[in-house]
Design a protein around this ligand. Structure first.
Ligand SMILES: Cc1cc2nc3c(=O)[nH]c(=O)nc-3n(C[C@H](O)[C@H](O)[C@H](O)COP(=O)(O)O)c2cc1C
Length: 210
């Protein structure tokens, strides 16, 4: 096959956000593994460390210019990404306030149509499922595409060795799969071919058999 007939793949950028600010955070370790999964599929990955944005609380009324510049920077960085990996610790049966506040400071403008993968960690045996359900609802509210694959890690203090490596190869596979799925669907969503297909789909006559 000569090179002119090869399909040029659009590059996709996947950003990771951790809802734990704790030094030595397991959430962050899990996120790193999922991001490696996205990178293995060819995506560019970027960690958006919420510590670096010095975000204020969302007050529900300030305009972007009234907020400290970290808010505009976060909005810019999230908008730039084709997909997001959101990782959270389970806090009191939900996802962390740090992550909720960051999401509240964003809007449809940055989140609508975004591909999102979810990862939850918990000290308890439920593995962050309540946190993940909450985040799935947020995805629906902001019209994002939350991929079906997710990773929930119970008793997370047992899951990593001191160097941050996942002990269980199946868990490592699962975390990487979340990253890969977000990269894959972000790619399909961005691809001109799929955009053409979607336009044709939306313009099509109603299905007479439906
Ligand atoms: C405020 C707070 C609330 C927590 N609530 C829960 C909980 O409801 N269920 C649970 O299994 N673990 C709970 N934990 C434990 C955390 O999920 C666990 O320590 C996790 O490792 C924290 O993530 P990190 O290591 O990324 O900081 C809570 C921890 C904190 C600090």
């Amino acid at each position: 096959m000569d090179s002119s007939s090869e399909i040029e793949r659009p590059s996709v950028m996947i950003a990771g956000i951790s809802g734990s600010l704790r030094h030595g955070s397991y959430t962050r370790m899990a996120l790193d593994v999922a991001m490696r999964g996205a990178a293995e599929l060819g995506a560019t990955t970027k960690l958006l460390d919420l510590r670096e944005y010095s975000l204020p609380f969302c007050d529900g009324e300030s305009e972007e210019e009234d907020y400290p510049e970290g808010v505009a920077k976060l909005r810019h960085d999230v908008k730039e990404a084709d997909g997001l990996l959101l990782a959270t610790p389970e806090y009191h049966g939900s996802f962390s306030g740090v992550l909720k506040n960051a999401l509240d400071l964003l809007s449809f403008d940055e989140l609508e149509g975004k591909m999102i993968g979810l990862i939850g960690v918990a000290a308890g045996s439920m593995g962050g499922f309540s946190a993940l359900e909450g985040l799935r609802n947020v995805g629906r509210a902001v019209h994002a595409w939350v991929v079906p694959e997710l990773a929930a890690i119970p008793q997370v203090y047992k899951a990593f060795d001191p160097s941050g490596r996942v002990k269980d190869p199946d868990l490592e596979k699962r975390l990487k799969k979340v990253g890969r799925q977000v990269a894959r669907f972000a790619y399909l969503h961005r691809s001109d071919h799929s955009r053409e297909f979607m336009e044709a789909w939306e313009a099509a006559f109603p299905n007479p058999g439906a």
